[in-house]
Ligand binder design. Structure first.
Ligand SMILES: [Zn+2]
Length: 142
């Protein structure tokens, strides 16, 4: 079999990669729809525990956070987090102010990052004006 013959067979893995990418896109789309409707049921207002919303729609909290961030970046929803309780406050916008000393962490973290002596969120880089247990921008536990 010549090189052109092998090139033909490469369509098989390429096809599965294509389908995989499509499934990922579709799942993201579905997630967004589900999250949007869960927030719409709350009229995009009020304070809630993130885990409750995650449980209600059958999504992991971290996936929910990712989708929420995406929706907020697109300007579709407004929210911030209560620094004391970590609850999500719908309808309350926040302006992201990154600290200059912030270095984005790697995506896969085995352990929580050390937060001592930092006046910004180690996860998203938001400058923290008040001391609290949670970041008002990304909701990470500090
Ligand atoms: Zn943060």
């Amino acid at each position: 079999m010549g090189l052109s013959g092998w090139g033909y067979w490469m369509f098989i893995p390429a096809f599965f990669i294509f389908i995989g990418g499509f499934q990922q896109l579709y799942r993201n789309y579905k997630y967004k729809q589900v999250v949007k409707s869960a927030l719409a049921q709350r009229n995009f207002q009020g304070t809630y525990k993130l885990e409750h919303i995650a449980l209600e729609i059958g999504m992991r909290s971290r996936d929910l956070l990712r989708v929420l961030l995406d929706l907020r970046n697109k300007g579709l929803v407004k929210y911030s987090f209560n620094v004391e309780t970590g609850e999500i406050i719908l309808g309350q916008p926040i302006t992201y102010k990154p600290a200059t000393e912030y270095i984005p962490p790697s995506k896969k973290l085995d352990e929580p990052l050390p937060t001592e002596g930092k006046n910004f969120c180690v996860y998203c880089g938001h400058k923290l004006e008040a001391t609290g247990n949670f970041c008002p921008n990304c909701g990470s536990k500090l």
